[in-house]
Design a protein around this ligand. Structure first.
Ligand code: NAP
Ligand code: GLV
Length: 306
């Protein structure tokens, strides 16, 4: 079995070594134009030339949960494209959301500012009942986050395309339910895939439906949010803050307005990183199952976009 690796910008050696260890006997190599045709490809954001050249692939294994970059390429009809499912990302997402949520809820930014500026000011303690959290996307990552936040005693709402049931979470499904979901939400956690249906979903009209003093935590993809509308609603005091891990332009330019805004905290797309060991173990296990003719989970529905 031949396995080709293609993740431009990464250092291939540890990945190739990991793949060889996980798939003993496989011929594993890094892609460059003209490389031999492989049976399986392990990729992150490969170029179109890769998809064009590698015409004998039986499946493509994405080194991430999001497949928007993969779906921008033209692939052979019917070629299975498979995403990572959790592989150590859900617990990272939970940590990130709990940190961001508690920072906004407890007003730690304001207390840190007070400390630096010489003030000693005790504000009214917040009540969790006044800080309902809404999780957009109840998939592998969103469901883990919704459960963890509900476990802390916050009211939690969740929104998905098809109906979902989660203990401790009031769930909403479909476009017709989005308005009620937003109106019930003060802290919005975005964990949707970027698809034709979700691009620019969070524009001025939708963000304005969040409760006053609302907070946006976007951990999915930058293009889900209209960034200028988010800034306008922060400047108008309808929203109180935002924590953003993902952006339309990555890396975020040094002079971008999102970097300079006093109420926006940013991180460089690290909310849940691909963990090499966990990811290669998952992918190798699925490749072997696939080769035995067994069903594998995580195959992308190309028409749906995720
Ligand atoms: P997933 O398991 O595929 O879950 C996607 C969720 O979104 C599902 O609940 C799905 O609804 C819902 N959804 C999709 N389209 C929708 C629509 N049009 N309307 C309403 N709900 C919709 O994905 P995941 O593994 O949780 O990952 C989510 C995203 O996180 C990824 O796509 C990626 O962009 C992002 N991510 C970011 C980082 C980071 O470090 N920042 C790391 C990993 C992933 P159904 O349940 O009905 O299918
Ligand atoms: C990271 O953003 C991923 O999609 O895994």
């Amino acid at each position: 079995m031949r396995v080709v690796y293609c993740a431009p910008g990464s250092r291939p050696d540890p990945w190739l070594a990991g793949l060889r260890a996980a798939l003993p006997g496989a011929d594993v190599y890094d892609w460059s134009p003209g490389a031999a045709p492989a049976d399986h490809a392990v990729v992150w954001a490969p170029p179109q030339a890769f998809a064009d050249e590698q015409s004998s692939l039986r499946a493509v294994w994405n080194l991430g949960a999001g497949v928007d970059a993969l779906l921008r390429l033209r692939w052979r009809d019917g070629l299975p494209l498979v995403r990572l499912e959790d592989a150590g990302m859900a617990s990272q997402m939970v940590e990130y959301v709990l940190h961001a949520l508690l920072r906004h809820y407890r007003g730690f930014d304001a207390y840190e500012r007070d400390g630096r500026e010489g003030r000693w000011l005790q504000r009214r303690p917040p009540r969790r009942s006044e800080w309902p959290v809404g999780v957009l996307g109840l998939g592998v990552l969103g469901a883990a986050v919704a459960r963890a936040v509900a476990g802390l005693g916050f009211p939690v709402h969740g929104w998905s395309r098809t109906p979902r049931t989660l203990d401790g979470v009031k769930t909403h499904a479909g476009d017709a339910a989005l308005g009620d979901f937003l109106a019930a939400t003060r802290v919005l956690v975005v964990l949707l895939p970027l698809t034709d249906a979700t691009r620019n979903l969070l524009d001025r009209g939708r963000l304005a439906q969040l409760q006053r003093g609302g907070v946006v935590i976007n951990l999915a993809r930058g293009a889900l949010v209209v960034e200028s509308d988010l800034i306008a609603l922060l400047d108008e005091d309808h929203l109180a803050g935002a924590t953003l891990d993902v952006f339309r332009d990555e890396p975020l330019p040094a002079d971008h307005p999102l970097r300079r805004h006093a109420r926006i905290a940013i991180t460089p797309h690290i909310a849940a990183q691909t963990l090499r060991e966990d990811s290669l173990a998952q992918i190798a296990g699925k490749i072997l199952a696939f080769e035995r003719g067994e069903p594998v989970t995580g195959i992308i529905d190309r028409a749906r976009g995720y």
